[in-house]
Design a protein around this ligand. Structure first.
Ligand code: HEM
Length: 354
């Protein structure tokens, strides 16, 4: 081989290796659907904005759904899969059951998207866009959502129970939970700021109202005025499931009041107040800085949510583009052949085929 052709081979090899590297570390891209589904963002936005007219909480619920998706085997829409013969739905996990909302709105989005761009857009990407729209509708930051995720072929209930952080966690446990996802302390403080809107049930914070940690007293890091309000909302022995705002001051606004609430000991969850009230913690300065400048919070939120959206994504030919977000395609196709359209009847058919 002449020296010239040796150089050509070397260049080609280098190119092939580089191309191979690009495939194995495929990155998401905000323009991913620009040619194949140009109106995607508007379609998602319209469905959520309509839903928010009757359900002002929906933006918050959708942002949370993206988080609960990404923390369990990556942002692959595994949280959306219903239980079947082969799938144990993550929706039964402690952090999800009787708690996650918005699954019907995700299905409405998927139907609208399938109408205009059939078989093209993943449910995992729909969740990522919906999270951004949720922020925007609440008056929070907008960002270019990275796209190109694909949907999982499975779900993992056990992992969901292990990976979703608990509202009863101490700061150390919260940090460990985020570190397990490749997220650092700044990401923890920043993303917890999503509790600037939405609601929570008494059962996730009433441990703080009396006999906190078996002390016989309420949580000392809970403002006493707020304690009285919360005790009224969550009477002991209540027979109904009461809820309250995560953000005492501006319940439906995506703003930085979450952090000023923490400074006044008005964080709702133990896991919120830990960020400010853990003595000597490195999180206190972050809370103070986000409280004093909303744009610093928003800039950090954009960086951290994009980082979260990159966790464990499936790209290229991994996974699939689900036709129906609650079922993998292999389970869907037989049922579709049987002429079944609605989720409920699908579940019945699955049950019959057992
Ligand atoms: C730091 C650890 C976290 C813990 C322990 C936690 C825990 C919780 C709990 C217990 C609720 C109330 C659920 C209920 O009562 O049904 C909740 C609601 C919520 N969480 Fe978190 N969360 C955390 C982080 C996050 C993150 C990272 C996000 C998003 C980026 C987020 C977004 C939300 C939103 C928006 C709601 C309100 C949802 C609604 O109203 O439907 N949370 N969270």
């Amino acid at each position: 081989m002449g020296s010239m052709s040796a150089v050509v081979v070397a260049v080609l090899c280098a190119f092939a290796m580089h191309a191979g590297l690009l495939v194995t570390t495929a990155q998401l891209d905000p323009t991913f659907y620009d040619d194949t589904c140009p109106d995607l963002y508007d379609t998602v936005f319209d469905v959520i904005s309509n839903a928010s007219l009757t359900d002002p909480r929906i933006g918050a619920s959708l942002l949370r759904l993206h988080f609960h998706d990404c923390f369990v085997q990556g942002c692959d829409a595994s949280v959306l899969l219903n239980s079947t013969d082969t799938i144990d739905s993550e929706q039964g996990a402690i952090g999800n059951i009787n708690s996650i909302r918005g699954l019907d709105v995700v299905n409405d989005i998927k139907t609208a998207v399938e109408d205009s761009c059939p078989g093209t857009v993943s449910c995992a990407d729909i969740l990522a866009i919906a999270a951004e729209v949720g922020s925007v509708l609440g008056g929070g930051p907008s960002w270019d959502v990275l796209l190109g995720r694909r949907d999982s072929l499975n779900a993992n209930l056990t992992l969901a129970n292990q990976s979703l952080p608990s509202p009863f966690f101490t700061l150390d446990l919260l940090k460990a939970s985020f570190a397990a996802q490749g997220l650092n302390t700044t990401d923890l403080v920043t993303l917890s700021g999503a509790h600037t809107f939405g609601r929570a049930r008494c059962s996730v914070f009433n441990n703080r109202l009396s006999n906190f940690n078996n002390t016989g007293n309420p949580d000392p890091t809970l403002n006493t005025t707020y304690l009285a309000i919360l005790s009224g909302i969550c009477p002991q022995n209540a027979t109904v499931v009461n809820i309250t705002n995560l953000d005492l001051t501006t319940p439906d606004q995506f703003d930085n009041n979450y952090y000023s609430n923490l400074q006044q000991l008005n964080g709702l969850l133990q896991s919120d107040q830990e960020l400010f009230s853990t003595p000597g913690a490195d999180t206190v300065d972050l809370v103070n800085s986000f409280s004093s400048d909303q744009s610093v919070f928003f800039d950090n939120f954009i960086a951290s949510i994009i980082k979260m959206g990159n966790i464990g994504v499936l790209t290229g030919t991994d996974g699939e583009i689900r036709t129906q977000c609650n079922f993998v395609n292999s389970e869907n196709s037989g049922l579709l052949l049987a002429g079944v359209a609605s989720n409920d009847s699908k579940e019945k058919l699955v049950a019959q085929s057992k």
